[in-house]
Every structure is written in structure tokens, then in C-alpha cells.
Write a new protein. Structure first.
Length: 178
């Protein structure tokens, strides 16, 4: 797919069909995610691919409830000690952000849907997945095929945050100085 089409097609999807994700597609997504840039090329990101339905059901209770429908959930983690910090910024968050976006755009290109989720209880997610203490869980995303008929919960979530809206260029771009 043309790159600009991938960008404009990507949307946060909150209702999933029960169609399984093909192994080759999952592999390609992870391969392209792996190529993301990172602080000093330290590659602090780690991904947990969850397909066990009982675990995904548990996520529904400790994060967004609609997550339960997803055939795959990918949990993005990082070791903060394996990245840098400067000007008070922890760069492991940037590293994960970049690679997650590569994951999300590759999934879009392959006809799959995702939704970055920051609303979760980290302690509980770490317990379900045996994540070591020194590792941070930064975000997670369902991965699967969008349901043809969008759920009411999804419609409401989109309305609340105004998902379709974007600021105008003039509101976000300064010329020559702030
Ligand atoms: C860091 C981050 C955290 C987010 N957390 C959630 C979340 O917990 N639940 C949710 O439904 N969507 C979440 N979203 C998705 C945003 O609501 C969504 O990206 C935004 O409304 C724009 O819509 P779009 O992605 O469809 O373009 C998150 C997005 C980002 C980047």
C-alpha cells in the first residue's frame, strides 16, 4: 500500500472479529518493528505476544474491557536502564513509541487493526505476564481484524475523545520561533 494511504487508513479500532491473525503476518509485523531506531541503538524494547485467550480475558478486567475480543494482544515493554535520559526525559518511552508506531503501521498495511492502549494497571499486567520488576510496561495493543459492525462502546469511546479531529497545521506549527 502507498505509505500515505497507510497513514490515513490507520485508526484506533475497538471492536474485533474472531478471525485469527495469520502467523506470517504476525512475523512480518514483529520483524519490521525490530528495525525501529532507538537511543544509542540500545534497543531497549521488548514485546510480549499474547494469544492465550484466558490471559486476554484477564486483560479485559485490568484494562479496556473490549480488549477481550482481540485474538492477539501485544504488550510493549522496555528496560529503562537500556536507554538514555536527557533534559529530564526518559528516552525508553520514545524508543517504545517509535517502534510501536512501526508495529501499528505495518499492521495497517497488512489489513490488520490495532489501538494503542495506555489505560491499564501496570502491576496487574506484570503479574499476569511474569514481567520482571526492572521492566516497564509502556503500552499494549490488540491486533486483529476489525469487526464489520462497530460496537456501541467503540462509537462512544471515539465520540468522547473526538478521534476524527486533528488540530490545524497553523495550531501546531510555529514558523522560525515559538
Ligand atoms: C499513548 C496513547 C494511549 C492511549 N490509550 C488509549 C486507551 O487506553 N484506550 C483507548 O481506547 N484508546 C487509547 N488511545 C487511542 C487514542 O484515543 C486515539 O489514538 C485518538 O483518539 C485518535 O484516534 P485514532 O487513533 O483513531 O486516530 C491511546 C493513544 C495513545 C497514543
Amino acid at each position: 500500500m502507498e505509505f500515505s494511504k497507510v497513514i490515513s487508513l490507520r485508526k484506533s479500532i475497538r471492536s474485533y472479529s474472531n478471525k485469527q491473525v495469520e502467523k506470517e503476518k504476525l512475523k512480518k509485523i514483529l520483524e519490521l518493528t525490530r528495525l525501529a531506531p532507538s537511543w544509542a541503538n540500545k534497543q531497549c524494547c521488548r514485546y510480549i505476544v499474547v494469544t492465550d485467550q484466558s490471559k486476554i480475558d484477564e486483560f479485559g478486567g485490568i484494562s479496556n474491557s473490549w480488549l477481550k475480543q482481540a485474538p492477539v494482544v501485544i504488550v510493549a515493554c522496555a528496560d529503562p536502564n537500556d536507554s538514555g535520559s536527557r533534559n529530564g526525559m526518559e528516552y525508553y518511552l520514545v524508543d517504545v513509541g517509535i517502534s510501536m508506531q512501526q508495529l501499528i503501521l505495518t499492521a495497517t498495511d497488512l489489513g490488520l487493526s490495532t489501538c494503542w492502549i495506555g489505560g491499564f494497571n501496570e502491576t496487574k499486567i506484570k503479574k499476569v505476564l511474569d514481567v520482571p520488576n526492572n521492566i516497564k510496561v509502556v503500552g499494549l495493543t490488540p491486533l486483529g481484524y476489525a469487526k464489520e459492525k462497530e460496537s456501541l462502546t467503540s462509537k462512544i469511546a471515539k465520540k468522547i475523545v473526538g478521534s476524527e479531529k486533528r488540530k490545524l497545521l497553523d495550531e501546531i506549527v510555529h514558523k522560525e520561533k515559538w
